[in-house]
Design a protein around this ligand. Structure first.
Ligand code: FAD
Length: 560
């Protein structure tokens, strides 16, 4: 049953309880300490995707209570943080993937896996319309339907082209394993083509101009990997043309890696300049044609054209068509991303959960928190702040946490601010600031990362593992009784820090508590963290041996 319909419990004669749920409206369950619910049929849980969120869910699920079916066009899990290393041949593609069947088999259960893409979610009939994956020998022609009791959507997202003309046709992406393999071959191809005697010098320069669009972590890491392969391997193997190679990074904002600490941004920008990577910040790409990238300088409005041999587009993500269609069906058509509540339940839909890059947790809860904080501040007699100071605090906070401003503008909060205007008493600023910083953490720390997706998968699996017990003992463990809202704690993200590999065996790391570490030693931390995070011992062995292989023999530049 949906988590949204809370089990409404009342004690009736004979010590049994009446539980209300949507698919078994009044089901008698026992509180005699062990008997299972009368209806024992396993619920059919369908998981869409085999990425970070879905795999983490499957790894943590104790499937005895569920019949699990997985639908995904990929029959493997890919360790995306190492994809930039695949583009340069530092790591082989097969070293970063693990068959999904292997992963779940190790957990002691089998899944029913269908290598297919979900084309449409029909939430009213609880049916999925699917098509066999393009890669299979059925060539994406077989269509079928799958029904579900509970649906877990973890289909990730697609590259956001912002409808820029020519991007889909001419640019390369770095999202999937195939993209990384294609990029690896295309880079080598550029050097082979530039080495042909019939090519003019001007054409040679164009072919060896690599343009990266987007200064986020993926774009920056790719540029750094590309620079490494040119300096460490290409220069030895293609001595006649390697000095013509040029890397340009175009970023629309004022800085690259702008979600990182300023120290990291500065270090990265200085390092790139030193390495000869042409960094053009404030440059909006307006068009990509077969041989040129057109861009506009945000400050001056000046347009320019860059001839290129390879352009890589890495400017963020957007929802997949199947999600956009689903959002329309459930009344979320006006939103930009599929919204869930804090228990990862899709809003406006029963028995459907969404996690990872394909969804976002609605900030309504944040607004409620802000309301609560204001309410608390208003009634706090032991405070140390008068109205004028309070105004200043709000000013400071909105300056420091600009996203709160957005919430202040929304009517509900505006009303509260108006109420506060009348308030003459004192406010406990410490409590107020603490609460707001918590709000800020919740708002800020949910980027589209593997870390968030994996934690959400694990959280949801743990809820599912306890669901049956909760149905047997609907009043729940004592600690949840007072929450009044739900049987489970809402999802809370724990941030463990983030890395930004910058090439030349140097990495920057931003760790919790505003710790920043940059340099060669951090590269070793990166090696050990990523080796430990790999999904199996097999991939761990493969990746570590790839690192050794690269160190001893250099990168393999064969174009296969
Ligand atoms: P995904 O991992 O993308 O998985 C989506 C799954 O859904 C896939 O199996 C896909 O085949 C399947 N699917 C797609 N469409 C359908 C459909 N219609 N029906 C059924 N299944 C479907 N994050 C970090 O935290 N640290 C990093 O260092 C980092 N580096 C990255 C480097 C690169 C190059 C990239 C591209 C991403 C990186 N990320 C990193 C981000 C991270 O990979 C994503 O946030 C994460 O993959 C999101 O997980 P997900 O499960 O939501 O989606």
């Amino acid at each position: 049953p949906s988590l949204s319909k809370l089990l409404v419990v009342s004690t009736v004669g004979g010590g049994s309880l009446l539980a209300f749920s949507d698919d078994r409206p009044f089901q008698r369950v026992s509180n005699d300490g062990g008997q299972k619910p009368e209806c024992n049929k396993k619920k059919k849980v369908v998981v869409l995707g085999t990425g970070w969120a879905a795999t983490s869910f499957l790894k943590n699920l104790k499937s005895d209570s569920y019949e699990v079916q997985v639908v995904s066009p990929r029959n493997y899990f890919a360790f995306t943080p190492l994809l930039p290393s695949v583009t340069s041949g530092t790591v082989e593609a097969r070293s970063v993937v693990e068959p999904i069947r292997n992963i779940v088999k190790k957990r002691g259960y089998q899944i029913d896996f269908k290598e297919a893409e979900c084309l449409k979610i029909d939430a009213s009939k609880k049916i999925l319309h699917c098509k066999s994956a393009q890669a299979t020998n059925l060539g994406g022609k077989e269509e079928f339907t799958v029904d579900y009791d509970i649906l877990i959507i973890a289909v990730g997202a697609q590259v956001n082209t912002f409808n820029t003309p020519g991007v889909s046709e001419y640019a390369h992406f770095l999202k999937e394993v195939e993209d990384a393999q294609k990029l690896r071959n295309t880079v080598i191809d550029c050097f082979e083509r530039a080495s042909l005697p019939s090519v003019s010098d001007e054409e040679r320069k164009r072919i060896l101009h690599f343009v990266v669009v987007g200064g986020g972590p993926v774009g920056v890491e790719f540029a750094a990997e590309l620079h490494d392969i040119v300096v460490q391997d290409i220069s030895k193997l293609y001595p006649s043309v390697s000095n013509l190679a040029k890397i340009t990074l175009l970023e629309a904002g004022d800085h690259i890696l702008n979600m990182y600490d300023k120290r990291i941004t500065q270090f990265a920008e200085t390092k790139f300049q030193r390495d000869g990577i042409d960094l053009k910040t404030g440059s909006m790409v307006t068009k990509v044609s077969e041989k040129d990238v057109s861009s506009k300088d945000r400050a001056t409005g000046q347009c320019s054209t860059l001839p290129y041999g390879l352009v890589v587009w890495s400017t963020g993500i957007a929802p997949r068509p199947v999600i956009l269609d689903f959002m329309k069906q459930i009344g979320q058509g006006s939103r930009r991303v599929l919204a869930t509540d804090e228990w990862l339940r899709v809003e406006g839909c029963d028995n459907v959960y969404a996690l990872g890059d394909c969804a976002t947790i609605n900030q309504r809860k944040v607004m409620e928190d802000i309301s609560a904080i204001f309410g608390q501040a208003k009634t706090n007699d032991a405070g140390h702040l008068n109205k004028q100071e309070f105004r200043e605090v709000i000013g400071d906070i909105t300056e420091r946490y600009p996203q709160v401003e957005l919430y202040l503008k929304k009517s509900k909060v505006k009303n509260m601010v108006a109420l506060l205007d009348k308030y003459e008493g004192e406010i406990d600023i410490e409590k107020f600031e603490k609460a707001l910083s918590e709000v800020d953490t919740q708002m800020k720390n949910l980027p589209a990362t593997a870390q968030v997706a994996a934690q959400q998968g694990e959280y949801l699996a743990k809820c599912f593992n306890r669901m049956e017990k909760c149905e047997m003992y609907p009043e729940g463990p004592r600690r949840f009784r007072t929450s009044g809202q739900h049987r489970f704690h809402p999802f809370r993200y724990k941030h463990f820090g983030q890395f930004a590999p910058l090439g030349g065996e140097q990495t920057a790391a931003q760790l919790p508590g505003d710790w920043v570490s940059i340099g060669h030693s951090t590269q070793w931390l990166w090696y050990s963290v990523y080796a430990s995070k790999l999904v199996s011992w097999r991939t761990r062995m493969l990746v570590v041996s790839d690192w050794f292989r690269r160190y001893i023999f250099g990168r393999d530049t064969s174009r296969i």
